[in-house]
Design a protein around this ligand. Sequence first.
Ligand code: XLS
Ligand code: NI
Ligand code: NI
Length: 431
Amino acid sequence: MTDFFKDVEKVEFQPESTGLAYRHYNPDEMVRGKRMEDHLRFAVAYWHSFAWPGGDPFGGETFERPWFGDTLDLAKLKADVAFEMFDILGVPYFCWHDADIRPEGNTFAESQKNFEAMIDYLAEKMSSSKTQLLWGTANLFSHRRFMSGAATNPDPDIFRWSAAVVKNCMDATHKLQGENYVLWGGREGYETLLNTDLRRERQHAGRFLQMVVEYKHKIGFNGTILVEPKPQEPSKHQYDYDVATVYGFLKEFGLENEVKVNIEQGHAILAGHSFEHELGLAASLGVLGSIDMNRNDYQSGWDTDQFPNNVPEVALAYYEVLKDGGFSTGGTNFDAKLRRQSLDPVDLIAGHVGAMDVCARGFKAAAAMLEDGTLESMREARYAGWDTAAGKALLQSDLASIAEKVVAEGIDPQPRSGQQEVLENIVNRFV
Ligand code: XLS
Ligand code: NI
Ligand code: NI
């Protein structure tokens, strides 16, 4: 035991509590025939909670954690504290990048050795913990070697380096029985078209992703490969802009049945969409995989990665997830960090407890809206014309015959209300 969380007790479901307890998240509560914990599948993001020093563009580290530094012993201390927090929270999952868990070596081989040592250490910790791996991923964006991209770098040696890192991260995810492997295209984008060969870079990104899928099958990894869309930051323009863009990219490279998406709330907003738009679109395309449930500040236009705190927004998001049948390998990852003034260890716990409660409230509201059924029956009624024999035949027809019948039958269609306010009032009964 470390003494980092020394006075913090295990967080329990205590609906009447005014202290650090779950007031809405009851892991064992049955919702639509399944335990709430198994629906929501919460995960802690290792990087924000344990590796992020608290910097902003105007100032550096604020957190001064005892495990900061580049040695294996400190990396192990970090892992010890992480698993103590997982236990305090009772979360079923966590997620990592290679760079969050291992010290950087002086060479590729040295970094790999450190990484493998830490994967063994995590495996040992996981064997006596309830907390398992939701996903692993590679950090191909922090080190200066990646400043012009990883798979899309003009230098083939960086492509090679990145491919080798991803191979190692996939091996590690497989070894730890992770349920997904994520690729967020950190610097897969550009700053200026004046120095960028768009055509080449997209081809390289496509081939890279095909190699990932080929390798998944080669090693027999049964998890899901997920791409995480984001429109900008750190690059001025990122290739995986949003769900629609990623889907087009997957189609182009023949990967639409192999790869799904990990959708982040804040990234959806940066792309000019709502979270539920991105989720609903992914579901309609059959590629909804997992979510990063962290919001941005609506004024800053930047990825501020804050814990969620808006129940109605969360409810509409889980409504889309539930309509899609819920998560299979995916889950709810808090890709969220504390504000840089929140220095106390207990702040880390409070951030996650609050987020889990907000999600539980939103989730229960979503389940109740679905159970009630009014929203779905009103939506169906709106399209009922298409379920008639004539409606179905229409899509098999052609412009000329349609035009002929429009005249012959003298149709006179009347506009009908979209009933948005009525629908919004229904939602408000549940949130
Ligand atoms: C950054 C991304 C990142 C991914 C994992 O904006 O959200 O944290 O989730 O690389
Ligand atoms: Ni993000
Ligand atoms: Ni993310």
